[in-house]
Design a protein around this ligand. Structure first.
Ligand code: ATP
Length: 222
């Protein structure tokens, strides 16, 4: 498959709700996506929205080789309810030499097994969505978070009301909370590394880096 603008190419195996959302979103963002499912009807329903679609049984290594799976940068295995198929597919894709294999699991035990047979990353979408929702309910000011290890993160926060009309220097986040503001988004405009005299306005979104506990304290400010 030819590379589009040197962008990485993806294959998504298993086009259920999770796999099809992932594949369609990547395709809408301009990436080349091969969608694979053993169900012909599912494959046909997505054929004109993905770069390429193929109906095959992904536990069959020969079938995967025939569609040149080793040429893909990242393969996502999005088979949830049939763990045996997920496991056999992971082993096949890894043994074909794909550098980055991401698998979907439904339990921690499945996750451990998939990592042991060579998956590079395993996600538990329902567990992760539950944690994110809990975080959002516990600290409504928090919009999104990227974990950096266990205790630190980069977090997107709504500006606390008490910061509005005050400068970054006055809010003194680094000294008071040990948190650094990386960027402030105001509408469509992004200010990267705002200067000390940057004044916060209502509706600002802050990207901050720091310890999770300190960030949570800021997110809870009134
Ligand atoms: P969802 O993402 O909808 O929650 P799920 O986690 O319940 O899905 P399944 O329904 O088990 O996962 O599988 C997702 C897709 O993977 C289905 O469309 C199914 O046809 C496909 N699939 C399952 N086993 C294989 C296989 N061996 N080869 C190719 N596709 C497969």
């Amino acid at each position: 498959m030819p590379r589009l603008n040197g962008k990485p190419e993806f294959a998504v195996i298993g086009l259920g709700r999770f796999g099809s959302s992932l594949a369609l979103t990547l395709a809408e963002r301009g990436f080349s996506v091969l969608g694979i499912d053993r169900d012909r009807a599912i494959v046909q329903s997505l054929a004109d929205r993905l770069t390429q679609t193929v109906a095959l049984d992904s536990t069959d290594e020969h079938a995967l080789r025939a569609v040149d799976i080793p040429s893909f940068d990242t393969v996502v295995i999005a088979i949830g309810s049939n763990f045996e198929a997920n496991l056999l597919t992971t082993v096949a894709v890894k043994s074909l030499g794909v550098p980055h294999v991401i698998c979907k699991a439904t339990t921690d035990r499945q996750r451990t097994i998939l990592l042991r047979v060579g998956a590079d990353r395993v996600i538990l979408p329902e567990h992760e969505a539950g944690c994110r929702l809990a975080q959002e309910l516990a600290a409504p000011g928090m919009v999104d978070q990227i974990a950096l290890g266990v205790e630190h993160s980069i977090t997107e926060l709504r500006v606390p009301p008490s910061f509005v009309g005050h400068t970054l220097r006055e809010c003194d986040l680094r000294r008071r909370y040990g948190v650094t503001v990386l960027a402030v988004k105001r509408g469509e405009h992004l200010t990267v590394f705002p200067a000390p005299d940057f004044t916060f306005a209502q509706g600002d979104l802050l990207a901050v880096i720091g310890e999770n506990q300190s960030v949570a304290r800021i997110a809870e400010l009134k």
